[in-house]
Design a protein around this ligand. Structure first.
Ligand code: PRP
Ligand code: MN
Ligand code: MG
Length: 182
């Protein structure tokens, strides 16, 4: 596990559970978008592993775009301040856009992003999020596809970071309390 083992308190979702869920989500999306070309918009950096596995699981022709926004800084809770660090390279008007997010925590990032992308006149705009924390939601966001609803605990791995670390873990877990105090 990349040497992170000693920092991990508990594995919440194993690599197998994540991959099985992605297969399931991709099948659902393939049915719903049959005959259409999907433009996947990955939200950097957290969604990068999810994007990569999801695009391979999805049996449809897709194109990929990335947008980088940040709300957390390096701490563990949302500030509500969203910054565009990298915008899309292309016009999304008349495209079927599916936003891929690793996690919906307060919902602030996605709420802002949907408003922003919606104003660019896509043919359709939906969200597929691997994780959601129902108890942390501050603003409701319409999310068509959700992998797992999880408890309101800080999690890392599979794209999710703490101070930029742990994104490369293939599973999702919680950190030991002493890791935060270092
Ligand atoms: C994290 C996560 C989501 C967002 C969720 O990204 O990847 O994008 O926060 O939080 P919210 O629902 O409370 O807005 P972060 O801003 O940490 O950037 P990163 O993806 O580069 O880690
Ligand atoms: Mn993110
Ligand atoms: Mg982060």
């Amino acid at each position: 596990d990349h040497g992170y083992g000693p920092d991990i308190h508990h594995v919440l979702l194993s690599e197998q559970q994540i991959q099985d869920k992605i297969t399931e989500l991709a099948a659902q999306v393939a049915r719903d978008y049959a005959g259409r070309e999907v433009l996947l918009v990955g939200v950097l950096k957290g969604a990068v592993l999810f994007m990569s596995d999801f695009a391979r699981a999805l049996q449809l022709p897709t194109q990929m775009e990335f947008m980088a926004v940040s709300s957390y800084g390096s701490s563990t809770s949302s500030s509500g301040v969203v910054r565009i660090l990298k915008d899309l390279d292309r016009d999304i008007s008349d495209r079927h856009v599916l936003v891929l997010e690793d996690i919906i925590d307060s919902g602030l990032t996605l709420s802002w992003l949907l408003k922003n992308l919606g104003s660019r006149r896509p043919a359709s705009l939906e969200v597929c999020a691997l994780l959601r924390k129902p108890d942390a939601i501050k603003v409701e966001v319409p999310v068509r596809y959700v992998g797992f609803d999880i408890p309101n605990e800080f999690v890392v791995g599979y794209g999710l970071d703490y101070a930029e670390r742990y994104r490369d873990l293939p599973y999702i877990g919680t950190l030991k309390p002493e890791v935060y105090s270092d």
